[in-house]
Design a binder for this molecule. Structure first.
Ligand code: RAM
Length: 339
């Protein structure tokens, strides 16, 4: 082949290549991710994986946190975002109902609305990315309370804020499970306390629970901020009261173990990187009109594989990432490297 022919072929290939670039699925799309509050490692980890996923698909992500873990503060964030007209907003709600008007306004303005971690009500979203089924989380927590108390005695819940949509859903699930099965009948839930996902307030609430209920056997904290604060307080004070709940392995490593020197025998969470990734793919799929959030729709979440949209407990729709994962003395070191 002479030089002219070769360069003609090369040139043609380049032109063809330029004419049909491989489009990433989120090319040029702008997505906003709204957490429940700033300074919580849980949201930072989920956001990092969300951002990485969207950016690898050619889009951009604006991660925004409200000033406080309240609906009012999230409404301010949403007002600002709506005026910027992103393609989508993915939000972890600080309240079930209070965001409805704002999120409807966003949807009316053509912005796709998904939620992750903590669901606003069914009319406030197109779809919810649920880290693990709500009942599955409630069941895992109730069974750990039953196990760690030895089957009877007083226990308390240390939650996040009193309005937190996800914590309240898990607490309702726990109460229902406890009431419906005779095997939990010797357990007495004495109080649901609120540490507002603030370390100091969660520590103070733990201290108050121990003082009010000297026979308290277990605290269940379905919040990563609450469980870490309670774990430290109980362990530093050599309390006989034990702990379980939902936590980040990296924040629980010193406190997790089956012996008396550790405050927490075991606890649960889910695949955090997976949560960010699945939320990102669900949101991108909404933006690209591959899904609308309706029941039975399917989409592919990169290497996580195919997911189907199912019915959520609140009558809306959701995408469930998987099962809650247990962290204990055997796996905590390995898992703490991940999140
Ligand atoms: C806290 C937040 C978050 C929750 C975890 C378990 O970080 O309240 O919403 O999912 O705990």
């Amino acid at each position: 082949m002479n030089k002219k022919v070769i360069s003609a072929i090369l040139c043609g290939t380049m032109i063809l290549g330029a004419a049909s670039p491989v489009m990433a699925s989120a090319d040029g799309k702008k997505i906003a991710l709204v957490g429940k509050s700033a300074g919580n490692a849980f949201f930072e980890i989920a956001a990092a994986s969300f951002k990485e996923t969207v950016e690898a698909e050619g889009g951009t992500v604006d991660v925004v946190y409200p000033e406080t873990a309240t609906a009012d503060a999230q409404i301010k964030v949403l007002d600002n975002l709506i005026s910027q007209q992103p393609d989508a907003i993915c939000i972890a709600a600080n309240d079930v109902n209070a965001l409805q008007a704002k999120l409807e306004e966003a949807m009316d303005a053509g912005i796709k609305v998904s939620s992750f971690d903590s669901a606003p009500n069914k009319d406030s979203r197109q779809v919810f990315v649920n880290q693990a089924g709500t009942v599955a989380v409630g069941q895992a927590l109730m069974d750990s309370v039953l196990d760690i108390t030895g089957g009877e005695g007083q226990w308390a819940i240390l939650s996040a804020t009193s309005q937190a949509a996800n914590q309240n859903a898990w607490i309702d699930a726990m109460k229902k499970i406890m009431e419906e099965d005779e095997k939990y009948s010797k357990l007495e839930l004495v109080e649901v306390a609120y540490g507002d996902d603030e370390p100091q307030k969660s520590t103070d609430q733990t201290a108050a629970l121990l003082e009010k209920y000297p026979d308290l056997k277990v605290i269940c904290a379905p919040t990563t901020v609450g469980i870490a604060a309670a774990a430290k307080y109980l362990q530093d004070n050599e309390a006989t009261c034990k702990l379980t709940g939902l936590g980040l392995p990296s924040e629980m490593i010193e406190y997790t173990g089956a012996d008396d020197t550790h405050s927490c025998p075991y606890f649960y969470l889910w695949d955090m990187q997976g949560l960010g990734k699945l939320s990102a793919y669900a949101t991108i799929s909404l933006v690209n009109d591959e899904i609308t959030g309706a029941l039975d729709e399917k989409f592919t979440a990169g290497d996580l594989g195919e997911f189907t949209i199912t019915e959520a407990d609140d009558g809306g729709t959701e995408i469930v990432l998987g099962l809650p994962l247990q962290f204990n003395a055997d796996n905590i070191e390995e898992m703490a490297k991940l999140y």
